[in-house]
Design a protein. Structure first.
Length: 273
């Protein structure tokens, strides 16, 4: 994929070869491998499949997670971890078992900006006999998203970081728009894992009050160093997800905790435009 990207960059018009090489060097410095999550609504999936929405397939005795208000969280996604083993980038994830994601009901209009709210989300890892899994009904009052089959494809992430520092004088005339088209070709996913999280707002904005009061926190981006993105899920009309006004949610975990399978130490963030 990276080789094809560089071939496409060669098709852009630059002042000279030095500018082209400078452009490539900056681009490659920013990009990271990722797995795009593709999805298609499907209400007839085998129990234990990787999926978004619907009812989670849970083992006996599973303690369904509650939010900070004491109400059940909504089921977001489950990964059958075996589905990820074909990708070298996923080598730090467990080879078997299920990984579950839960979060708050997005109809309440939260979060407002980049927000740390661990009480609004949950991650659970389970590794046992898949034959014991059964669909779980959390109750009529719990918001359910459209069930969708998901699968994973190799992708690139980090184009947004490169674009933020792009010196448009490197490109002739309207070639900035050609770059945007190029970005759309390679970063055309809405949901991902293991890549660089794509923010809707600067990461240094954080909600600190019950009515959406915000503060700016210097160096907040540094908190993501050494962390791994487990799930970035965007608003998606096919799934019925919004998170405020067309928002995005993020589950991240330190690399150390990932290697040790300590998923309870995750960070949860949410943004909307």
């Amino acid at each position: 994929m990276q080789a094809q990207l560089l071939q496409d960059v060669d098709k852009l018009d630059f002042e000279d070869e030095a500018e082209r090489d400078h452009y490539k060097e900056k681009l490659l410095r920013r990009l990271r491998s990722a797995l795009a999550i593709k999805c298609e609504p499907n209400d007839q999936l085998p129990i234990g499949s990787s999926k978004f929405g619907g009812k989670p397939d849970l083992p006996p005795g599973f303690l369904y997670p509650l939010g900070g208000d004491g109400k059940p969280l909504s089921f977001i996604a489950q990964y059958r971890l075996q589905d990820l083993q074909a990708f070298s980038i996923a080598h730090d994830l467990p080879a078997t078992g299920m990984l579950y994601f839960f979060a708050f009901d997005d109809t309440v209009g939260r979060p407002l900006t980049a927000t740390y709210r661990p009480e609004w989300a949950s991650i659970s890892y389970w590794d046992g006999d898949p034959a014991t899994l059964q669909p779980y009904e959390a109750g009529e009052e719990v918001r359910k998203y459209t069930q969708a089959k998901i699968w994973f494809e190799e992708a690139l992430s980090g184009f947004h970081l490169f674009y933020e520092e792009l010196d448009c004088t490197d490109l002739i005339g309207g070639e900035e728009f050609e770059y945007i088209d190029l970005m759309g070709k390679y970063e055309n996913y809405r949901h991902q894992l293991l890549g660089l999280p794509v923010p809707q707002q600067p990461w240094n904005i954080r909600v600190v009050g019950p009515h959406g009061e915000v503060e700016r926190v210097e160096g907040l981006q540094d908190e993501f160093e050494g962390h791994v993105l487990l799930l970035q899920m965007d608003c998606d009309s096919k799934l019925g997800t919004r998170w405020g006004d067309c928002g995005t949610i993020y589950f991240v975990l330190s690399l150390q905790d990932l290697v040790q399978h300590h998923f309870e130490n995750f960070l949860f963030l949410g943004q909307h435009g």
